[in-house]
Design a protein around this ligand. Sequence first.
Ligand code: FAD
Length: 282
Amino acid sequence: MAAPLEEPPGGAPGDEPADEVAELAPDDRPYRLGWLVGTLVSRTVETPTAVTLELDVPGWRGALAGQHVDVRLTADDGYSTQRSYSLASPGSMGLPPGAVAAQRIALTVQVVDDGEVSPYLAEDMRPGDQLELRGPVGHWFVWHPRDRRPVQLVAGGSGLVPLASILRTRRLAGSRVPFRLLVSARTPADLLYAAELARPDPGVDVTHVWTRAAPTGWDGRVGRVGATTLREACFPPDLGAHVFVCGPTPFVELVADTLVDLGHDPELIRTERFGPTGEVTR
Ligand SMILES: Cc1cc2nc3c(=O)[nH]c(=O)nc-3n(C[C@H](O)[C@H](O)[C@H](O)COP(=O)(O)OP(=O)(O)OC[C@H]3O[C@@H](n4cnc5c(N)ncnc54)[C@H](O)[C@@H]3O)c2cc1C
């Protein structure tokens, strides 16, 4: 039987489309998504063009790793625009007893040149500033800490954000499920969370691909991800790993298609495309 819909604290009834319903509330009951107000608590510079925003969001009910939020900015003249941003913070749902999730959420925003929203979020927002957000959104591109299958992560550029959330959730949950991460970045300076990825994380293997310039002493090749890299760096298809691929649309399509060609089960491949998003109202 369908569970009753319930308005989360802070959500205004009737101001959201019917399909914006979270199916995975912490208590496992669906509820309608309303707009919440987040206050910027801190900003961390990740790379010269990417910043992580830590937000305090009263009424936030938690999320699974891999989900995203809609962010809405509204100007004084009523012009309003929305974009999607993945949660970088670990998921807070489905954790084992004793694992304590952070109350705040984190978003990592990569500046898109000439973009309307990302330069404001990454360069102009300061602690104390507020924005509206709605979420968590997305029920397919999620990893549940109770999942026992091995996990293959494949990230292109800022597509690393939700995959870092999945890795952080694994750590927080004390999961021992084997993970592999294949991460493609233009250069070492462009790699998000570089220090975190460099730290040993038992059960997690990380492979880097550099598309423009590699670190000094790098003995691998520089270039785009292709069939050879995917065959060498990913779990073999017969292991039946869940595969999460995230990045720019052409990257995601190439990787997903190639993995299927290599024998991975399409049913186990989940993709998230970081193409342009947005909805404008006046
Ligand atoms: C589910 C989802 C999750 C996302 N999560 C993140 C995230 O965690 N971090 C993050 O930084 N971004 C994320 N994005 C992308 C984000 O929603 C915006 O598209 C991005 O920040 C650009 O917005 P903008 O207003 O600055 O650019 P716009 O003003 O919308 O676009 C400016 C120009 O850049 C192009 N463009 C727009 N978006 C992109 C893009 N992503 N890559 C390349 N060119 C683009 C447009 O076609 C246009 O020509 C996500 C997108 C989706 C769909």
